[in-house]
Design a protein around this ligand. Structure first.
Ligand SMILES: Nc1ncnc2c1ncn2[C@@H]1O[C@H](COP(=O)(O)OP(=O)(O)O)[C@@H](O)[C@H]1O
Ligand SMILES: Cc1cn([C@H]2C[C@H](O)[C@@H](COP(=O)(O)OP(=O)(O)O)O2)c(=O)[nH]c1=O
Length: 218
């Protein structure tokens, strides 16, 4: 596949959506073909499954059922959005992907590694990230940001989990970064948005070999 595939991961409220949007803008300013997408969801069918997942509808049937639903949504997203974009040479930026399943359904949900990995293999069918940016911040910071974003509204099923859950989630992502250092980079998400964006840009441009001169070259 000719394009480049970058995923963003991390706990709730750490700033993934904010940073992925900023990165997409910066890349588009440099005339790159950018596809910005997310999981669960990203394709029309997968977005419908997202509603079931975030409402907790799938969880009632157990973690295995929930994970198979996530994998089904992912397979459609890969087939309809991610792979076609990579084949035409785009840079695909995806807000959450396989590492969220490893962290939420695996490390926290208790689904065994073998099941997680085999569902992951079937769903991704070779659409594997070139780079995964894992945003990392203390749990208090993420919770503050989620509270600001929610402005008192009840969070979705995942966001309403307790503080111990968020601590374990953070540890699970740190462990993923440690296990796969060739693919994953842990980025400090503390500090003002533009500062974090600068850190993200340094990692992405270096790892993907991008230069600021692309806009002049096209
Ligand atoms: N560096 C930052 N400093 C302060 N607030 C931030 C920062 N990055 C994001 N936010 C705010 O925190 C909230 C959660 O950010 P968001 O990007 O939605 O996180 P995520 O996608 O990881 O859940 C939003 O209201 C956003 O505007
Ligand atoms: C992709 C994926 C997401 N999720 C969860 C993590 C999030 O709580 C939720 C997506 O919600 P979303 O609002 O997109 O994320 P965030 O809270 O970081 O802004 O779905 C899983 O449990 N497993 C997965 O494989």
């Amino acid at each position: 596949m000719a394009g480049r595939f970058v995923t963003f991961e991390g706990g709730e409220g750490v700033g993934k959506s904010t940073q992925i949007r900023r990165l997409a803008e910066r890349l588009r300013d440099l005339a790159h073909d950018v596809v910005l997408t997310r999981e669960p969801g990203g394709s029309p069918r997968a977005e419908r499954l997202r509603e079931t997942l975030l409402s907790g509808g799938a969880k009632r049937f157990g973690t295995f059922a929930e994970t198979t639903l996530i994998a089904s949504a992912r397979a459609d997203h890969v087939d309809r959005v991610i792979r076609p974009a990579l084949q035409r040479g785009a840079i695909v930026l995806c807000d959450r992907y396989v590492d969220s399943t490893r962290a939420y359904q695996g490390s926290l949900g208790g689904l065994d590694k073998a099941s997680i990995r085999s569902l992951e293999r079937v769903a991704t069918a070779g659409a594997w990230p070139d780079l995964t940016v894992i945003l990392d911040a203390p749990v208090e910071r993420s919770l503050e940001r989620v509270a600001n974003r929610a402005q008192g509204a009840a969070g979705d099923r995942f966001e309403s989990e307790g503080r111990d859950f968020h601590g374990r989630l953070r540890a699970a992502f740190v462990e993923i970064a440690r296990e796969e250092p060739e693919r994953c980079v842990l980025v400090d998400a503390e500090g003002p948005e533009p500062v974090v964006a600068g850190r993200v840009w340094d990692v992405v441009s270096r790892r993907l070999g991008l230069t600021e001169t692309k806009s002049r070259a096209v």
